[in-house]
Design a protein around this ligand. Sequence first.
Ligand SMILES: *[C@@H]1O[C@H](CO)[C@@H](O)[C@H](O)[C@H]1NC(C)=O
Ligand SMILES: *[C@@H]1O[C@H](CO)[C@@H](O)[C@H](O)[C@H]1NC(C)=O
Ligand SMILES: *[C@@H]1O[C@H](CO)[C@@H](O)[C@H](O)[C@H]1NC(C)=O
Ligand SMILES: *[C@@H]1O[C@H](CO)[C@@H](O)[C@H](O)[C@H]1NC(C)=O
Ligand SMILES: *[C@@H]1O[C@H](CO)[C@@H](O)[C@H](O)[C@H]1NC(C)=O
Ligand SMILES: *[C@@H]1O[C@H](CO)[C@@H](O)[C@H](O)[C@H]1NC(C)=O
Ligand SMILES: *[C@@H]1O[C@H](CO)[C@@H](O)[C@H](O)[C@H]1NC(C)=O
Ligand SMILES: *[C@@H]1O[C@H](CO)[C@@H](O)[C@H](O)[C@H]1NC(C)=O
Length: 480
Amino acid sequence: MWQSRRLLLSLLATCALIVCHSSGSSSGGSVGPTAGQLRRIWLQDHCSAGICTDVHIARSDYVIFSQAPIAKQLALTFLNSSIAKIPHLMFDTFPDLQQLRMENCSLESFEKPQFEGASNLMQLHLGFNRLKDIPKNIFLGADNLATLQLQNNQLKGLHNHSFHALKELKELSLAGNQLEQLPLSVFAGLRKLLDLNLAGNRLQAMPRGIFDRNLNLTRLNLADNRFVAFESELLKLQPHLQLLDISGNIMPELTLNFSMLEQAVAHGCDLRRVTIHGFVRDLDVHNNSLTDIPLITHASNVTGLDLSQNPLGNLQGNPFRRFTALLRLNLSTINAPEFAEGLFKKQAQLQMLDISGNGIYSMKITIFDSLKALQYFYFQLNNWNCDFLQLLMSSFVKRRDISFMEDVTAPELVDDYVDGIACWYDSNKVSKKCDGGGTGSSDAALELSIVRNEIKAFTELVEKKFIKVYRMLDEMKLKL
Ligand SMILES: *[C@@H]1O[C@H](CO)[C@@H](O)[C@H](O)[C@H]1NC(C)=O
Ligand SMILES: *[C@@H]1O[C@H](CO)[C@@H](O)[C@H](O)[C@H]1NC(C)=O
Ligand SMILES: *[C@@H]1O[C@H](CO)[C@@H](O)[C@H](O)[C@H]1NC(C)=O
Ligand SMILES: *[C@@H]1O[C@H](CO)[C@@H](O)[C@H](O)[C@H]1NC(C)=O
Ligand SMILES: *[C@@H]1O[C@H](CO)[C@@H](O)[C@H](O)[C@H]1NC(C)=O
Ligand SMILES: *[C@@H]1O[C@H](CO)[C@@H](O)[C@H](O)[C@H]1NC(C)=O
Ligand SMILES: *[C@@H]1O[C@H](CO)[C@@H](O)[C@H](O)[C@H]1NC(C)=O
Ligand SMILES: *[C@@H]1O[C@H](CO)[C@@H](O)[C@H](O)[C@H]1NC(C)=O
């Protein structure tokens, strides 16, 4: 088989030479007078050190790169190229190829057999192309492929056997396609799959059992689809999941039950309720509609919690008392101008705390007594009273050498700054005139600062244009 394909290759190469000579085209060879003919694209004209540029292959072209197989070519990357299809003899020409990158090359379709002889291929990057279909059994021959990237193509569906033969595949990206449904067995052959990215498709549901053969699946990205619910049942056979991302799917409720999930991400889902029965170590539910903190059975196993951008309001009733192992807690923009004194009593291990953007005016300084391990504390964009802020800085933040972030609020709106953090004096009634509970005033301040920044940007733009005009005038003067 190998011998005969090799013979074919050199025969074709000879033919190509004849075609090119008789048509009188240059040795560049990439411009054929008519489409659909045999063309040679000499590697040395387009490629150097594994990078090939300006290669153009039409749908009906039959292209060869070399007269004889080229050994030891391990990686090839195509840039600024349009390649309607991968050349038929690609892997006969480059039998040692391990990595092929043909991203953004206007790739349209596969040919059969496309990957025969590609048993050394380990990484195939075909993102940002125009593929509409992954035909059945197309990957026959690529039996050592570990990474397959097909993101940002135009795939509308897949077949049960689209990925047949990829028994070594570990990473598969199908993100940014138009997938609406998946057949039950589409991933069944991918026994070693670790990382699957289906983000940015149009999936509404998954067939029960779709991952039942992918026992090693550890990262699953389902973000930005059209799911209205998520069932942990789908991943009941995966005991140890590292990442589950279901962000950007609008669903009122989320219930998870995993024996161990390292990181659960569900932001921008308009969630009203989150319930977690099993174990989750890091939970990111920012930008939802939560009015209560998530109900987590094993709260003492959670190390990271991002609740920012939820309308939680003032946190009543010591909601974090069971979160004893927390290292990172984000309570930014939760509409909580007041924090109860005992709120962080059990967070002795907390390293990062973000309470920015809440319109906080003051708090009991003793609230920080329990935060013995804090290293990063973000409290900008609040409504701080200058006297309290001084105290906070001197008795806690600077004394313990804790990192913080400066404010971006414009000086015109601020009474004073303490170490770069905006604050207002009690006596100054002007800046506190709309302080009806804190957030109102902070929102107004924020809005004002946004407007000011826009004006600034606009002024800069106008100035730039003037500079340009002046330069043009100068140039004209010189010419005269
Ligand atoms: C690709 O094309 C662009 C513009 O046509 C050019 O600026 C760039 O240098 C090219 N890249 C390579 C690697 O040839
Ligand atoms: C794809 O290539 C075109 C030109 O060939 C370029 O303008 C565009 O930025 C590229 N897109 C990506 C995502 O690389
Ligand atoms: C895919 O395979 C499953 C069995 O594994 C079968 O039930 C289903 O009908 C097949 N789907 C398609 C679209 O062929
Ligand atoms: C799953 O991963 C483990 C450890 O990495 C490995 O020993 C095992 O063979 C893998 N299972 C499959 C079905 O690939
Ligand atoms: C969570 O899953 C475990 C094991 O799969 C099961 O025993 C338990 O009943 C589930 N809990 C809930 C509340 O569904
Ligand atoms: C927040 O989530 C909503 C969906 O609830 C989404 O429309 C919006 O784009 C998200 N905002 C940001 C900044 O991501
Ligand atoms: C949960 O935390 C407890 C200690 O608080 C620990 O003994 C246990 O191993 C943890 N469980 C998991 C699954 O990490
Ligand atoms: C906390 O959340 C806000 C809003 O989601 C985000 O902008 C900020 O970077 C987060 N803070 C940290 C320290 O990650």
